[in-house]
Design a protein around this ligand. Structure first.
Ligand SMILES: [Zn+2]
Length: 256
């Protein structure tokens, strides 16, 4: 227990402490797994409000809770619309499909959407990285410094691609919406290589590099990835704002 090394800052006892439980997927999102290799300082960093008045975990939670509640409650009655309330977004129904828009209070700040998206991406990396370490005992190699730099040190930028499904194709159980999990290599359409990984979380498919990459790396990754997706997916986007993601899962209704 005393020779733990923090996955993020690479410190160990007595330079840092490991007293608190660090949830990999935010508890507020229903996550139940811990990572024992996250020190208290790093755990607090992700959970505490930053200068932007929300924490990295909150950026993640606010976004994914919209999808999670869609799975849990559907959109049956008006009464339940309240369940989709979010700190940052309004969820309106247009043509019987839920649509997400940024709240007016945040619209004036032109930079807000961009910043929120960046922090969401950092949260996504955090969740992936801590689960990767927990499940596969990986993460200390230099290869992953890009993730440490971006998610923990808030340096540089890392691309995250979002793959839009062609049909409401979901392999989720209700219990999984209640307690979301990250299962690696679960579906054949999830592609990964030595520099990129794809994950599916609450019905959403994301792809991103796990290390520093060149634009040629990105091109060949996208090429290979799309081959595995074919008819299951409609398109992909490089996310720049959270409304690029179908968080309200409008696609759920097409098959119901
Ligand atoms: Zn640490």
């Amino acid at each position: 227990m005393n020779n733990r090394i923090c996955l993020w800052c690479l410190k160990s006892n007595p330079q840092t402490t490991f007293d608190k439980k660090a949830h990999t997927i935010p508890k507020s999102l229903g996550g139940q797994n811990y990572n024992n290799n996250v020190c208290d300082a790093c755990n607090e960093y992700f959970g505490n409000k930053q200068e932007r008045n929300y924490s990295i975990e909150e950026a993640l939670k606010e976004a994914f809770n919209i999808s999670r509640n869609r799975f849990l409650f559907g959109q049956k009655t008006k009464k339940q619309v309240g369940k989709f309330r979010s700190r940052f977004f309004d969820i309106k129904t247009r043509k019987n499909k839920p649509r997400l828009s940024i709240k007016p209070a945040f619209r004036l700040d032109g930079n807000f959407q961009k910043q929120l998206c960046r922090d969401f991406k950092r949260g996504l990396y955090k969740m992936y990285f801590e689960e990767l370490n927990r499940q596969r005992d990986l993460g200390y190699a230099e290869h992953y410094n890009a993730i440490r730099d971006f998610a923990r040190s808030d340096r540089f930028d890392m691309p995250v691609f979002y793959f839009v499904k062609a049909v409401g194709l979901f392999t989720m159980l209700r219990s999984e919406a209640e307690t979301p999990v990250l299962i690696f290599d679960r579906m054949l359409y999830l592609y990964s290589n030595d520099k990129f990984v794809e994950i599916e979380f609450l019905g959403h498919v994301f792809g991103f590099p796990t290390t520093y990459v060149s634009s040629d790396d990105i091109k060949s990754y996208i090429n290979e990835s799309l081959k595995t997706k074919q008819k299951h997916f409609r398109k992909f986007t490089l996310i720049e704002k959270l409304t690029d993601i179908d968080l309200a899962l409008s696609i759920l209704d097409t098959n119901n």
